[in-house]
Design a protein around this ligand. Structure first.
Ligand SMILES: Cc1ncc(COP(=O)(O)O)c(C=O)c1O
Length: 506
């Protein structure tokens, strides 16, 4: 194992120590050429199992280099020349493109040190500790990665290692990532390919508007959960064993679905009985998007705790960062194989600094409360429109996770596929042209990127302007203001705020 001080070079480390402003308060002593006990910081037990054994754990946090060494690069709306188009900054900037706090955190850490995760760094520990405070105590072990797909693939490995089973139950229409393993568990993708693998089982989406059991069913929770139970029984009859039930806490790709409360508890009961685990994919819906809760699975009730939670997208505000949180038991079963978890860039000091800054911004700027407020306003406004426009079959959502389901007829709820597609096209065309652009940009930047309200000192004034723009556009029947995605079969008009942002910035 290479000593980190040797990797940097002693001279390089010393000059990094001498340089810098006084912004980082606690300065550890200079790093010795071989880290001694004073340079080490003990890792909390919950982290140990996620790290390769017998590593040095020196504190590598140092003062930032002088500002002259690397000036921050202008990026996005906040530093662009007036009138110029913003730079493309990615589609998952949940706290705002180029939010100054995030840019600063990345810049400062970049000037100090970025290294692969064999070299332990305080940021990793601090970040795991901060994340653990958002989750139930049971989810106490963290693995850091670079993308949502990586996180879901690792979750699959953890589940299989722990249960010694192979099969996975997924919800119909789901998308869980681009790796081979994840295309296999993504009906949204594999239906276009060679089809379903024998170890994959597809359960119906718990959609009470258009699904198998609707709002008029006497017990849709049990009915949908029993579908999973039947799948398990059927799999057992074929000699197969269930490793995991894998689902987004709120199926987004599958149609902005809000599963009825209690469904996950019942499913978890069946899956646990079969020796499997429950994996909640929070890659799109986590980090306060639902407003009321930090994690979307919490909408199911306090008595529900997944065995594994995967995170991505908003976690790094556009920076490639992802995480898997799980229980000590699952992590221990995984490390018992002796095949250590190693990921070169996962959890590097810059990524963790960014992750910490994102959590700070969500907290400091009360973005969960903001998501609730704007989400409530949108739901109210959209429901008012629903009364006026028969094409709007359903409006559902929570916080800034909202779906608008377009239908051809009330009786059958036939999806208005062509209309939804037309709206997508019109939106794309018009949002970049004429006066519509002004209004839609305002809308998007204000509503979609929750953060910009405060970030641009816009607060209430901008909110009311934005509300007016939304109302005007809705009254004009201009559904084109909304980002839309079509489910191939159900084909709804869906409102998904990260997509709204994409339409401005790409
Ligand atoms: C629910 C869900 N899971 C996983 C992924 C994969 O994440 P990534 O694109 O970061 O690999 C996505 C991406 O769209 C997603 O929406």
């Amino acid at each position: 194992m290479q000593d980190p001080s040797r990797a940097l070079g002693a001279a390089g480390l010393r000059s990094a120590l001498r340089a810098g402003s006084a912004r980082v308060p606690a300065l550890p002593p200079p790093l010795p050429s071989r880290p001694g006990p004073r340079g080490r910081r003990p890792l909390p037990p919950f982290l140990l199992s996620s790290l390769p054994p017998s590593l040095p754990s020196p504190s590598l946090r140092r003062r930032p280099a002088p500002a002259s060494r690397a000036a921050p690069r202008p990026c996005g709306r906040h530093s662009r020349a007036p009138g110029s188009r913003p730079w493309p900054c990615g589609g998952s900037s949940s706290v705002g493109h180029c939010h100054p706090d995030i840019v600063k955190a990345a810049h400062e850490q970049n000037q100090l040190l970025n290294t692969n995760s064999r070299y332990l760094h305080d940021n990793l520990v601090d970040y795991a500790e901060r994340l653990s405070k958002t989750l139930p105590e049971k989810l106490c072990t963290f693995y850091f990665l670079n993308s949502g797909s990586e996180a879901n693939d690792l979750a699959l490995r953890l589940a299989r290692q722990y249960t010694k089973h192979e099969d996975v139950i997924v919800l119909d229409h789901a998308y869980h990532g681009h790796l081979t393993s994840l295309i296999d568990i993504s009906p949204y993708k594999f239906r276009n390919l060679e089809g379903q693998k024998e170890w994959v089982h597809v359960a119906p989406v718990p959609d009470t508007y258009r699904g198998l059991y609707r709002e008029d069913h006497e017990d849709s929770v049990t009915a949908y959960a029993d579908e999973v139970k039947n799948i398990i029984e059927h799999a057992h009859k074929r000699g197969r064993k269930i490793a995991a039930f894998f689902a987004e806490s709120l199926p987004s790709v599958g149609g902005q679905i809000i599963p009825p409360a209690g469904y996950f508890q019942k499913v978890a009961e069946h899956v646990h009985k079969a020796g499997g685990v429950f994996i909640a994919d929070e890659i799109q819906v986590g980090f306060g998007r639902v407003g009321k809760h930090f994690w979307a699975f919490q909408l199911q009730g306090e008595d529900f705790i997944p065995d594994i939670v995967t995170m991505g997208k908003p976690i790094g505000n556009g920076h490639p960062l992802a995480c898997v949180a799980t229980t000590k038991e699952i992590a221990e079963a995984f490390s018992a194989t002796g095949v250590e978890y190693f990921n070169t860039f996962g959890g590097n000091p810059v990524s963790c600094a960014i992750g910490l800054a994102v959590l700070d911004v969500i907290e400091k700027e009360h973005l969960q409360a903001h998501a609730t407020e704007v989400g409530n306003f949108l739901m109210k406004t959209l429901k008012e429109q629903q009364i006026k426009h028969p094409i709007i079959g359903d409006v559902r959502g929570c916080g800034l996770f909202i779906g608008v389901d377009l239908i051809k007829d009330q009786a059958e709820r036939t999806p208005a596929t062509a209309e939804a597609e037309d709206l997508i096209t019109r939106y794309m065309e018009q949002s970049w042209s004429s006066s519509m652009r002004e209004a839609s940009t305002q809308l998007q930047t204000t509503l979609a990127t929750q953060e910009l309200l405060k970030y641009n000192q816009l607060a209430k004034t901008e909110t009311s302007q934005c509300r007016k723009a939304l109302c005007d556009s809705l009254q004009a029947g201009a559904w084109k203001f909304f980002s839309t995605t079509c489910r191939s079969k159900h084909s709804s008009l869906l409102l998904l705020f990260p997509d709204l942002r994409k339409n401005i910035f790409y």
